[in-house]
Design a protein around this ligand. Structure first.
Ligand code: 13P
Ligand code: ZN
Ligand code: NA
Length: 283
């Protein structure tokens, strides 16, 4: 069965590694990431965004993830990524998700607390994990001025207060990473990660995992990051492999053929991220 991500992530934080959380959009992507976890004996969090929930249906996603978990030798959780809508969260919990993110980071602090608390109460009733965000993970530009950048990043005291007020199981504090591929290297505030980790005992989540260099991932993990989200790179690797098939053979029309190199490429990319996370052999 699918497991809650809470115990997986608590073990990761205590053990000084992090669990890879991979956004998947098709059955083949889900299978590739599961195979990567099994091949390397790594714990796994499968994720879908709200867009993918609307594209495939939460029941289809949960059904495929449940089959994977039932067959698997490694623990697998199914997580809803960046959701702002309480009703979608309830639909996913009902469908069988074992972890959800309520992202009210664009709301004022008190509203973020109130909505997160409401989700935590519902999740606790069924024993699943909740992740929330403080500050803003975003398209932070390299030339942004310090004051603006500072305002976007999570404040350590506010993080401590937030966790205490909400009872949230895992926290994603904005610390300078961004979604998508970076122009150059990300500008991560490592000192801030350390100060947050000193005040917050719950596992911390690193968003924007695509494009973070190995040394920076390792440093963030050593400071308390216990989950790393990866989306964009996996989508690109998967799609590029399909493009290569059609470039070489424009007449190809069998998904059972053109999906195979895409699966292989995605499996390899996921294994590489599991290695950066230090998750290999930790299942
Ligand atoms: P990337 O697209 O940069 O990998 O970020 C993923 C993410 O944070 C999903 O929540
Ligand atoms: Zn994210
Ligand atoms: Na990124």
């Amino acid at each position: 069965a699918l497991v809650s991500s809470t115990s997986m992530l608590e073990a990761a934080r205590a053990g000084g590694f992090c669990v890879g959380a991979f956004n998947v959009h098709t059955l083949e992507m889900l299978q590739a990431v599961v195979e990567a976890a099994e091949e390397t004996n790594s714990p796994l969090i499968l994720q879908s965004t709200v867009g993918t929930v609307k594209h495939l249906g939460p029941d289809y996603i949960a059904a495929a993830a449940t089959v994977a978990a039932n067959r698997s030798s490694v623990p697998i959780a199914l997580h809803l990524d960046h959701c702002t809508d309480f009703n979608v969260i309830m639909q996913c919990i009902r469908a069988g998700y074992t972890s959800v993110m309520i992202d009210a980071s664009h709301d004022p602090f008190d509203q973020n607390v109130a909505l997160t608390r409401k989700v935590v109460e519902a999740a606790n009733a069924v024993g699943i994990n909740v992740e929330a965000e403080l500050g803003r993970v975003g398209g932070v530009e390299d030339d942004i001025v310090v004051d603006e950048r500072d305002a976007l990043l999570a404040d350590p005291d506010e993080c401590a207060r937030f966790v205490e007020l909400t009872g949230v199981h895992t926290l994603a504090p904005a610390i300078g990473t961004a979604h998508g591929i970076y122009k150059g290297e990300p500008n991560i505030d490592f000192d801030r990660i350390g100060r947050i980790a000193e005040k917050v005992a719950v596992p911390l989540v690193l968003h924007g995992g695509s494009g973070i260099p190995e040394a920076q991932v390792k440093r963030a993990v050593s400071l308390g990051m216990a989950k790393m989200n990866v989306a964009t790179e996996l989508r690109i690797v998967f799609s590029d492999a399909i493009k290569d098939v059609f470039a070489a053979n424009p007449a190809e029309n069998d998904p059972r053929k053109y999906m195979v190199p895409a699966k292989d490429a995605l499996r390899a990319a996921a294994i590489e991220k599991m290695r950066l996370c230090g998750a290999i052999g930790r299942a």
